[in-house]
Every structure is written in structure tokens, then in C-alpha cells.
Design a protein around this ligand. Sequence first.
Ligand code: FES
Length: 65
Amino acid sequence: MKVSVLKNGPLKVDGAIALVQDGAVLPLPGPAVFLCRCGASAKKPFCDGAHARIGFKDESATADA
Ligand code: FES
């Protein structure tokens, strides 16, 4: 499994076998899973693109600004 932090976006998880939330196993949407980091997704724990709409900036982007 590989986890990547996407700048100003979600965590990308490649090769996940299963995700568990509140004791329930979640169906994986595909071979790569994108997990919300901004807190604005309506489909948590998955990213739904809301980070772009709210202008989410991670710390590395803030440091560069
Ligand atoms: S990181 Fe994409 S909706 Fe939160």
C-alpha cells in the first residue's frame, strides 16, 4: 500500500485492501482511494472535490505563499 499527499487536496491511497469506519467495512471505489483532508467532503471519508471549491491549502502551500 502507498499513501501520497496531494498538494492542496486529498490523500491518495494505492493498493488499499479495506477501509473501516465506525466498525463498518467501506466498499472501495477503485484501485486508488482518495481520502478527504480538507473536512468539506459530503462523502467522507472520501474526497468529492470540495477542496477545490473551498480553496483548501495545505501547510506546504501556505509556507510557499
Ligand atoms: S480533500 Fe477533497 S474534498 Fe476534502
